[in-house]
Design a protein around this ligand. Structure first.
Ligand SMILES: Cc1cc2nc3c(=O)[nH]c(=O)nc-3n(C[C@H](O)[C@H](O)[C@H](O)COP(=O)(O)OP(=O)(O)OC[C@H]3O[C@@H](n4cnc5c(N)ncnc54)[C@H](O)[C@@H]3O)c2cc1C
Length: 394
């Protein structure tokens, strides 16, 4: 089995980002999905970064994987979201809960870029509370039949296979009414995607909804056991939240680079704007956000790695889960603040999406919404300190 080489991964990610930037700029201006991204990621062997080498991936540990997403995040929240959809919330649940046959069916192809993945939990009437979902599955002689609508799914219009969550049909209440998770091939009959393009940011990323009408899948495409779906979804969000946090640290790094350049290049009142103390305040605050976010991400990624290596240790898993929530909340808000400050430093040009600060501001806003809104994360953190009886919702 090839040995994981962190320096090689970092070098490949750098090369990928250099190739990506001009294409991403063009797609952003033209307001269209960057369909060169998967091809470039394939060229640089990044589509299986954290997948086990046994299944064709590079086997990056959490610290190195999230470090790669920091670098990709500098290029934009759109490209980083592609990787979150494909790997952090796409390949991760298959790798963690899939049967050997399911892993063999999807992970080597995902690593090679022949299968792009996505994660379909949210529905039009079930966002912060996924238990309110209405998608259903029925057992058939060959496997399962799914019906329902999933909404706001990253990569949902370009993925080849999607992790989908559903309740058993015909079970209205009781202990057997439990969510299950399935891998659904998007070429299946009855699967209808629709791209969502009226977005305030991330034009280069694919966001879609899809409808399943009697979509038939084989029995082997059940992920975990029947009834495991909610646990799988929540477990996957730990990986997903850290990937969002990592990308947002990249946004902060890029905003810092931009304000340092512009602060020295742009002159007003007879000197570089970086010599005005109120501009320096913006630069200092972005740097403070960067350095604190960096430390927090490393701590949370180490906790995630420790939990992955000791899957039966409940305390490690609780620690990783809570740190992911705190880290996601902190870094997404720090990135929003950094992008806002960078826009301010750029003045009128900052407001234009021809410059990087304005794009970051528009794109990064969603990071305080997806994979757990600010509010849901705060409630989770507070009740973990107060005790179970203080949980705001079940
Ligand atoms: C660009 C984009 C990409 C996405 N990608 C994916 C994806 O790949 N897969 C996927 O499954 N989903 C995805 N989502 C969906 C995302 O996870 C949801 O939008 C998010 O969970 C919030 O759900 P909602 O939009 O239904 O908002 P709602 O749940 O309706 O919340 C609306 C507001 O009410 C607040 N609120 C809700 N309940 C409470 C409460 N109990 N206490 C306090 N406040 C509350 C929320 O915090 C929020 O401010 C994506 C969304 C976007 C915008």
């Amino acid at each position: 089995m090839p040995h994981f080489d962190p320096a090689k991964l970092a070098a490949d990610v750098d090369a990928f980002c250099e190739d990506l930037r001009p294409l991403e700029e063009l797609c952003y201006v033209e307001h269209r999905y960057n369909d060169d991204l998967p091809k470039l990621a394939k060229k640089h062997n990044l589509l299986g970064m954290m997948i086990d080498p046994e299944y064709g991936g590079r086997g990056a540990d959490a610290v190195n994987y999230f470090r790669a997403l920091v670098r990709i995040g500098r290029e934009g929240t759109g490209p980083r979201t592609f990787f979150s959809g494909h790997l952090s919330i796409g390949a991760y649940p298959i790798q963690t809960w899939g049967s050997p046959a399911l892993k063999q069916k999807y992970l080597p192809r995902a690593s090679r870029g022949e299968t792009i993945l996505a994660f379909g939990l949210t529905e039009p009437d079930a966002g912060s509370n996924p238990r309110e979902m209405t998608s259903t599955y029925e057992k058939t002689s060959a496997g399962y039949k799914l019906n329902g609508v999933k909404y706001l799914i990253s990569n949902g219009g370009v993925a080849d296979a999607i992790i989908v969550f559903a309740y058993p049909a015909n079970v209205v209440e009781g202990p057997t009414r439990r969510i299950s998770a399935f891998v659904v091939d998007t070429k299946s009959k009855g699967f209808e995607p629709e791209n969502l393009t009226a977005k305030m940011g991330m034009p280069t990323s694919n966001t879609a909804m899809f409808e399943m009408t009697n979509v038939e899948i084989p029995a082997e495409n059940l992920l975990g056991e029947l009834g495991d779906g909610f646990r799988i979804a929540m477990g996957t969000l730990v990986s997903g939240r850290l990937s969002v946090a990592a990308g947002c640290l990249g946004v902060i790094e890029d905003c810092l680079a931009e304000v340092l350049n512009y602060g020295q290049a742009r002159e007003q009142h007879g000197k570089a704007i970086g010599k005005h103390q109120l501009v320096q305040e913006h630069i200092a605050m972005i740097e403070i956000g960067r350095v604190t976010s960096d430390a927090l991400l490393v701590k949370a990624a180490q906790a995630k790695q420790a939990s992955t290596e000791n899957p039966s240790d409940k305390a490690l898993s609780v620690e990783a889960d809570l740190l992911a929530a705190k880290t996601k909340f902190f870094i997404t808000n720090a990135a929003w603040d950094a992008a806002d400050r960078a826009v301010q430093v750029f003045g009128g040009r900052g407001w234009s999406t021809l410059y990087r600060p304005g794009r970051h501001l528009m794109d990064v806003r969603v990071c305080r919404i997806y994979e757990g809104t600010d509010e849901i994360l705060k409630l989770k953190i507070a009740s973990s300190l107060l005790g179970k009886e203080y949980e705001a919702f079940k």
